[in-house]
Design a protein around this ligand. Structure first.
Ligand code: 0PR
Length: 385
């Protein structure tokens, strides 16, 4: 740091120059992101709550009330009347909290010391971080031929050390929904904690259902489901960072509680201590502002774009790897290998990502990608073809 203060104008100029190096969502070229530009109203509210700290909720009673209300609303969306949980920094922290709750619960009530978690091989890498931090062994369940968790593989993976089973509602790579209902039954039969990672799908599946799409049940209406991750900063149009973790019972928070004697609240269950109230306030604002109908309209337009892209790709001759269930399309050129194709697209300015299972170009149809961008993309893909 330099000794003397620098003028605001100069600092801003410098920062703007750096910012110019960033890709902008509005350019419609970011095709592999699960985040998008937050809604302007959510950003406005976020700024108003920048100084609030939910780490000491007795000082910020109003903002704590907002967080509780958001958790209640998201819980209701997921068929849970009385929800417990927190708005956290993202899906990673939400999944970490769920697995920590499961581990502590199993340790307390079953005496399990060397715990294992069963996750599908399609699970997001955040579970690897959680297992590493919580000293748990990962047992990977296989996928079936449709790239969804194989139910029998889960059954076989269960041992006396299993502390949690995880399934995904909206996989990171393909946007697929695992057979949650069947896994929920297995978890119940064996009295094992069941966590659903709906970081991506949680803010769209309920609305798709209302719109009449055929989507499987994935939420708390299934008795075996103990917790669900659902991220406002993905499909919820809230600013980053905003993840959500919803628990069915308060005891899952209690088994994680540590004493925080000098604070206004005497125990804390979250991973993070000092934490943003702005994320809760912005999520509250956007959920009220959109309502169910607003989100339904948004999700419908994203699904329309998804089918538009899928059909466009098939018309040119690309192979779409699976029927999209949510707003992700994964595809391959019949001959050009996916990494090679992604390089060619990159040279044309398109920022795509490559899925690993199966290897394919993956496009997440978020709100910043408009029909005109897809038309341009299809034109480029036709030239490459
Ligand atoms: N669970 C699922 C199913 C996810 O897809 C993700 C992230 C997480 C948990 C973790 O969430 P956080 O990243 O909020 O902690 N999925 C995206 C991914 O890894 C995140 C992402 C977003 C990546 C924008 C790139 C990007 O530009 O692909």
């Amino acid at each position: 740091m330099q000794d003397e203060p620098i003028d605001k104008e100069d600092i801003l100029k410098e920062l703007n120059d750096f910012h110019k190096l960033d890709y902008k969502y509005s350019e419609g070229r970011i095709l592999g992101s699960m985040c998008t530009e937050a809604h302007p109203f959510a950003k406005e509210v976020y700024c108003k709550f920048l100084d609030t700290n939910l780490g000491d909720p007795g000082l910020f009673k109003g903002t704590k009330h907002i967080e509780n209300e958001v958790i209640k609303s998201i819980g209701n969306l997921l068929s849970l009347e009385r929800a417990y949980g927190n708005i956290v920094t993202g899906g990673t922290e939400a999944n970490l909290m769920a697995i920590r709750a499961a581990r502590n619960h199993a340790r307390k009530y079953k005496g399990i010391k060397n715990g294992e978690i069963i996750i599908p091989s399609s699970a997001h890498f955040s579970f690897k971080k959680a297992a590493d931090m919580l000293n748990l062994k990962i047992v990977e369940a296989k996928l079936d031929e449709h790239y969804k968790i194989d139910v029998e593989s889960v059954r076989r993976a269960i041992s006396e050390n299993t502390v949690a089973i995880v399934a995904i509602a909206g996989t990171t790579e393909l946007g697929l929904i695992d057979p949650i209902e069947e896994i929920s039954k297995i978890a119940q039969e064996h009295n094992i904690y069941f966590h659903v990672d709906a970081a991506f799908g949680g803010f769209s599946i309920p609305f798709l259902k209302n719109l009449g799409y055929e989507v499987p049940v994935f939420d708390f209406s299934l008795d075996g489901v103990c917790s669900i991750t659902v991220d406002p900063h993905k499909m919820g149009l809230a600013p980053i960072p905003a993840g959500g973790i919803i628990f069915r019972k308060e005891e899952y928070l209690q088994v994680m509680a540590v004493d925080s004697p000098y604070l206004t609240v005497k125990t804390q269950s979250t991973i993070v201590g000092t934490r943003l109230g702005a994320s809760s306030a912005a999520t509250y604002a956007i959920m009220k502002y959109f309502g169910k109908n607003g989100y339904s309209k948004l999700v419908k337009s994203l699904m329309d774009n998804t089918y538009f892209l899928k059909e466009g790709l098939e018309n040119i001759g690309y192979d779409v790897v699976c029927e999209p269930e949510l707003n992700i399309v994964a595809f391959n050129h019949p001959e050009i290998e996916a990494y090679e194709l992604s390089k060619k697209l990159d040279e044309l300015g398109w920022k795509v990502s490559v899925a690993k299972c199966p290897i394919a170009i993956r496009i997440v149809l978020m709100n910043h990608i408009k029909k005109r961008h897809l038309e341009e993309l299809l034109e480029d893909l036709e030239k490459i073809y």
